[in-house]
Write a protein that binds this ligand. Sequence first.
Ligand SMILES: [Zn+2]
Length: 339
Amino acid sequence: MIAKIKQLLEEVETLKASNAEELEALRIKYLSKKGAINDLMADFRNVAAEQKKEVGIKLNELKTLAQEKITALKEQFEAQDNGSAEIDLTRSAYPVKLGTRHPLSIVKNEIIDIFGRLGFSIAEGPEIEDDWHVFSALNFAEDHPARDMQDTFFIEAHPDVVLRTHTSSVQSRVMEVSQPPIRIICPGRVYRNEAISYRAHCFFHQVEALYIDKNVSFTDLKQVLLLFAKEMFGAETKIRLRPSYFPFTEPSAEMDISCNICGGKGCPFCKHTGWVEILGCGMVDPNVLEANGIDSKIYSGYALGMGIERITNLKYQVKDLRMFSENDMRFLKEFEAAY
Ligand SMILES: [Zn+2]
């Protein structure tokens, strides 16, 4: 018995544990109910009476040493834990960089915001469309050259299915299921089969607005256009309208704004004219209203549409359209401060 206790005393003296699990295993081995020391305690009653005193002292010594050792190891681990979690409150915060909004998103949101304040609500539709919503419902005749003019992507196996060439398709989708007053703004991506260069891309973004109600006139359109131009490009901005042609509006116009780079004096950007073209607009052709189930004798309306890339170019002088889709961080980071 004495020999056994001495052996355990030596063991306990050199106890080592490298982690909390090992320490717990040691505690169970020596100090638990079924541990080595308890076993000895149980055997104590079998010790001869004359040895009881000596064995008792040694046994207590062993138990105390084991408890002290294990407590000491435990404290050591706890100290280490605290050490690794030590916090330096004077250190500057880890720089978590927020992403930036894409310039097209910034400008799109600004356009939506301006029209939102005029009571226009957002409408969206599918990018993969059918011929009806992209062309026929918008007064494009079956053999209308504009179908070619817009360089449409047709799906080969399904000639009726196209990638929308303009967001006007959303207008026809809204008109066919609702009656005036309709006041919507349709932002979205459109596709055209064009060779990619610094000034053309096979996809770009548009925002169109549509307002249909009783007694809507060209004057209403002009007023909204002027307000939009001033909000978007500054209070000094002037607008001018030039007659144009679109299948879905009659009369149609294109709007120029006074060049916001030279203030109208003339510069290379405006080709020294002092004006830059920014959008197309017009009164909704009665044929379009009728094709979409709206009585053109009661209602009239205006529509306008612009390329978001075009507006972004004017605001930020982006010279190459391809920059918008290349995800070059150096380019995107330039817009960190914009919003
Ligand atoms: Zn200019």
